[in-house]
Write a protein of this length. Structure first.
Length: 191
């Protein structure tokens, strides 16, 4: 976990000149590689996962859902690949991955990672130790899932997409508010 981002697993990841495509930015397929490096680092190289021999048969990536938010260019400063666990299922973890270089987030992904059984090659039930490990990276580990938007003590708001005129104003710097019509979740406590 990062001291700067409590409850978040952070991997510092450099870009490489070979990641750049003919358009002069980091290729989208390479960005998927950063997601996979972050997940591999959390599940296989995190000190707790190694010490407790978690995920001994590895894992399977069952799904990637990706939003490309900004063009990413090669620079000497490394990227920050930030992972949080959104939900833990019987055999899977839903992980949010943000690929950032302050102050921008270039890509946001939601990935379903499934624990693998060595014998069958299929999914298997997560162990209690694995569940405890993954819950340390959740925003609400006490209940094992994200806060419930129907609860009275939590409010979840989703920004609506901007109209084309608003997007043009936002790109030119003339407008204030959300960027490029992407849906953003905002959580605030009511107290």
């Amino acid at each position: 976990m990062s001291a700067l981002y409590p409850g978040v697993h952070v991997l510092s990841c450099p870009t490489r000149w070979s990641d750049v495509d003919e358009n002069g930015h980091i290729n989208n397929a390479r960005l998927v590689g950063y997601i996979q490096e972050g997940i591999y680092d959390l599940f296989c190289h995190h000190a707790t996962a190694v010490r407790e021999s978690l995920f001994p048969s590895g894992f399977i990536i069952a799904r990637h859902e990706i939003d490309y938010l900004e063009q990413l260019h090669h620079r000497p400063e490394p990227l920050s690949v930030r992972l949080t666990v959104e939900r833990i299922g019987r055999s899977s973890a839903h992980v949010e991955v943000n690929v950032c270089r302050e102050p921008l987030t270039f890509m946001r992904a939601r990935t379903v990672v499934v624990a693998r059984d060595r014998e069958s090659g299929r999914s298997r039930k997560l162990s209690q130790s694995e569940r405890r490990f993954l819950s340390a990276f959740m925003s609400d580990p006490a209940v094992g899932r994200l806060p419930d938007p129907t609860r009275r003590d939590t409010v979840v708001a989703v920004a609506q997409p901007m109209a084309p005129a608003q997007r043009t104003a936002a790109r030119s710097g003339a407008g204030v508010g959300a960027s490029r019509g992407s849906r953003r979740r905002v959580r605030a406590s009511v107290g």
